[in-house]
Design a protein around this ligand. Sequence first.
Ligand code: NAG
Ligand code: NAG
Ligand code: NAG
Ligand code: NAG
Ligand code: NAG
Length: 467
Amino acid sequence: MRASGLVFAPIDFLLVKTRKSNQSRLNLMVLILHGVASCLLIIFSFCPALRPWMSEFSHPGVKDFSQLALDLSSNQLIVGCILHSWLMIIWLLTNQHICCFVPQATEWVPDEDTKRSCQSKGKTEEECQNYIRVLLISGRTLFTCGTNAFTPVCITRQIGNFSEVLDTVNGVARCPYDPRHNSTAMVTERGELYAATVIDFSGRDPVIYRSLGNMPPLRTAQYNSKWLNEPHFVSVYEIGRFAYFFLRETAVENDCGKIVFSRVARVCKNDMGGRFLLEDTWTTFMKARLNCSRSGEIPFYYNELQSTFYLPEQDLIYGIFTTNVNSISASAVCAFNLSSITEAFNGPFRYQENPRTAWLSTPNPIPNFQCGTLEEGGPGGNLTERSLQDAQRLFLMNDVVQPIAVNPLLTQDDLRFSKLVVDIVQGRDTLFHVMYIGTASALKLGTLTAAGITSRSAAPPSKRAPT
Ligand SMILES: *[C@@H]1O[C@H](CO)[C@@H](O)[C@H](O)[C@H]1NC(C)=O
Ligand SMILES: *[C@@H]1O[C@H](CO)[C@@H](O)[C@H](O)[C@H]1NC(C)=O
Ligand SMILES: *[C@@H]1O[C@H](CO)[C@@H](O)[C@H](O)[C@H]1NC(C)=O
Ligand SMILES: *[C@@H]1O[C@H](CO)[C@@H](O)[C@H](O)[C@H]1NC(C)=O
Ligand SMILES: *[C@@H]1O[C@H](CO)[C@@H](O)[C@H](O)[C@H]1NC(C)=O
C-alpha cells in the first residue's frame, strides 16, 4: 500500500453513515490520517456480512482533507482538501456497496491581490491559501466556505458540477479567517445557516451567527465574555425547535484561576432578536456546563470537549473529553441524554450582579421554555416570550448537565482521543452501541451494551490488508 512510509499524526476525521436500502445495511467510515508530507483518506465500509471493504486515496502534496459531506440522494462523498490550490473530490457510491471511485475536482484559490494583501499583514504563504472550513449539503446545492487568504468567502455550488457557481457571499461570521480556528456550521431544513466562529481577523470576536434563509440575521452579544469566552466550537445540531451548539470555553463563573469548561448552548430557531434592547442579538441564548468526570470524593474532571456525535434514534450526545494540554493526557467518553440537557435548561440560572459579586443561583422565570411559535406572535411579533431584560442577563444555567452514567463510558490515560462516531448494531438479542474513536495513532473500537462496556484497539486501518 502507498501508506508505507507515512508517519501518522492524529486521525482527524471519522464518519459513519448508516443507510438501510432494502435489506442491506451500509456503514461507511472515512478516516483521514495526516502524515508529514501528505495525508491519506481511507474509506471503508462494513457490508452485511461485516467484511470490511476498504479503499484509500492519497496524492502527493495533497494535505488538509478538512471537511466531508455525504450526499445520500446521489451517493456522493464530497471532500474538501488542498493541493497547492483547492480541490474538491467526490466519490460515487452505488446503492449496495461503495464500488467506484469517480474523482471530480474543481480549483478554488484566492486571487493574487488577496494573497498579497494577506502576506502583507504578516501571514505566511501557507496560511494565505484557501482552506475549506464549511462544506454543507442543502437540497441539490453544496454550500462551501473557505478562509480564502484571511478573506473568508462562501460559494453555493451545484452538486454534480462544482464549477457551476450559483451564488457568492461574504464569508465573514460564517467561516474563520484563520484556518486553525475551531469553528462549526450547519444549514437547517429551512435553509438558515448557523455558524459558530470568529468574526474578525485577529480572532478575538467569537460569534454564534444565523444568516441566509428567511429569518433575520442574529448574533451573540459582541465583546461580552460572559456570553462566549475564548470558545472552541465543536459541533452544532438542529433538534426540534432549537439549534444546539457544543463547545469548550474559559469558564467565567469560576473564581479560582483560569479553567476550561465544556458547554452545551442553545438558541430558538424562531428567535427574532430584541427591539431597542438586544437588537440583532439572540434573545433565547442559554448555555450549561457538561460534566464528564471520574466519580470519587474528589472527582477527576475531563473538562475539555473535543468531539461529539449525535445519535438521534436514542436522543444521545456522545462526547470525547480530555484534560488540558498542559496537564497529563487523559481522555474519556461520556454520553448525555437530551432530556437531561433540557432539564438543565429548565432549571435555575446562575447570575452575577456585578463583577465584584459572586455568581449566584436565581430562579428561572420560564421553567419550561418552549420557544413560542410563529403563529402566536404573528410576523415580527413577540415570539420568544422572554423578557429582554432577562434575556440580557440570564443565560448561564446553574445546573450542570450530568451524563447517563456516573462514570465515563470509557477512559484512557496517557492518550488523547480526538474524534468519535457511534453506530448502533443489532446483536442476537441486544442493540450494541459501537464507538469508533480516533486517537493519535490508531483507531479504537469500543462496544457499549446494557451490561457495560468492553473495548479493544484496532490496528491503524492502513496496516490492515485490503480485501
Ligand atoms: C460545469 O459548469 C461550468 C460553469 O458553468 C461549465 O463551463 C461546464 O461546461 C459545466 N460542466 C458540465 C460537465 O456540465
Ligand atoms: C482547535 O482544537 C484542537 C483540538 O482540541 C487544538 O489542538 C487546537 O489548538 C485548536 N485550535 C486553536 C487555534 O486553538
Ligand atoms: C460531576 O459528576 C461527578 C460524578 O458523578 C460528581 O461527583 C460531581 O459532583 C459532578 N460535578 C458537577 C459540577 O456537577
Ligand atoms: C433518556 O431519557 C429518557 C427520558 O427521561 C429515557 O426514557 C431514556 O431511557 C433515556 N435514555 C438513556 C439511554 O438513558
Ligand atoms: C414581549 O413579551 C415580554 C414577556 O411577556 C414582555 O415583557 C415584552 O414587553 C414583550 N415585548 C414586545 C415588543 O411586545
